[in-house]
Design a protein around this ligand. Structure first.
Ligand SMILES: [Zn+2]
Ligand SMILES: [Zn+2]
Length: 332
């Protein structure tokens, strides 16, 4: 049978030859004008009432797929596209590649995408100074606050990747510490607890009622994280014995005894840990002589002194010492 259109070639598709079929049939249709709603603050896109955070490329792909109308049956459709800015809108050139039986067709469409701006709910909250919790950092030593705040930011950013409603509303230095206003109290608490584990800090939670919603009180939480008095490397006294702190994790403090060299772990909730010397306050000294239990060191004033050490030392070695009562201990 010959093509009903041209009468020259064999009819293969719906009474038409390949050439006449492709001339007559259109597979795709894409509107010449499309519109997207975009948040001017964060770039989120609203699709059918739902806000999505997409890259521009993914946004355009999604827009094309949602607006594509197919006019004829096909086996597969693929597309690529190019864009150009046009007076604040986007000019979109879409190329569809269609496969249908033995045929391959290419169809092009030109569209203008108009961008409308609307602030998304998350940004509305953000710019409305919304917060549910204040995370307070207290008890840091000199030059320590910055690194603790940085760690807190890292943890908040980590959780914000999975929770777009988590953000910092504001932050400020207060009473020698730092206050961070956070949009989500559950996430704020998680981070406060992580700070406690990492720094051996204690957590105090205090709610305050800020209003009522649907017949219930609405609470705002303050999570106050207080770092302990001691740090790794400090010399402390516990139950009359002296220790150099090796490790701190949550409530647990591991120390090494200055007199006997044995390790001991204390629970800070049960033992009073008294700070004797901060790690930065330990004195430098040089070992002069060391044999068995006899150790002599030279202090920074070039005075030779007998010292107590629980580990073997070499003459000439630089060590840290601490003077307690009338004794001089080499810090292990
Ligand atoms: Zn034909
Ligand atoms: Zn937004």
């Amino acid at each position: 049978m010959l093509c009903v259109e041209c009468g020259k070639r064999e009819a293969k598709y719906e009474g038409l030859c390949e050439v006449c079929f492709l001339k007559k049939v259109k597979f795709t249709s894409l509107p010449q004008h499309m519109e997207v709603v975009k948040c001017p603050h964060c770039g989120a896109i609203k699709f059918k009432g739902e806000w999505k955070r997409l890259s521009e490329e993914d946004m355009l792909k999604e827009l094309i797929m949602r607006n594509l109308e197919t006019l004829h049956e096909y086996d597969s459709i693929d597309f690529d596209f190019e864009t150009r800015e046009y007076e604040g809108d986007i000019e979109l050139h879409t190329m569809f590649h269609i496969k249908y039986k033995e045929l391959e067709a290419k169809e092009e469409h030109y569209s203008i995408i108009h961008i409308k701006y609307e602030s998304c709910p998350r940004c509305n909250r953000y710019f409305g100074n919304y917060f549910e919790a204040i995370l307070q950092i207290r008890g840091t030593r000199e030059n320590e606050l910055e690194s603790v705040v940085q760690y807190t930011h890292e943890r908040l950013e980590h959780y914000a990747k999975k929770n777009e409603n988590l953000f910092i509303t504001k932050e400020e230095g207060k009473h020698g510490g730092w206050d961070i206003y956070i949009s989500d109290k559950k996430e704020a608490k998680k981070v406060a607890e992580e700070l406690c584990r990492k720094y051996g800090a204690t957590l105090k939670e205090s709610p305050s009622i800020v209003g009522r919603k649907d017949g219930k009180d609405v609470y705002r939480m303050t999570y106050s994280v207080r770092l302990p008095e001691y740090r790794v490397g400090d010399v402390v006294e516990v139950e009359g014995e002296y220790y150099s702190i090796e490790h701190v994790s949550g409530h647990f403090v591991k120390g090494i005894s200055l007199k006997e060299g044995r390790e001991k772990t204390f629970d800070a909730r049960r033992h009073k840990i008294n700070l004797l010397r901060k790690n930065g306050e330990l004195e430098d000294a040089t070992v002069i002589f060391s044999q068995d239990n006899e150790v002599q060191i030279m202090d920074k004033d070039y005075k030779t002194i007998d010292a107590i050490s629980t580990r073997e030392l070499k003459a000439g070695e630089n060590v840290k010492i601490v003077r307690i009562d009338d004794n001089v201990y080499v810090v292990p």
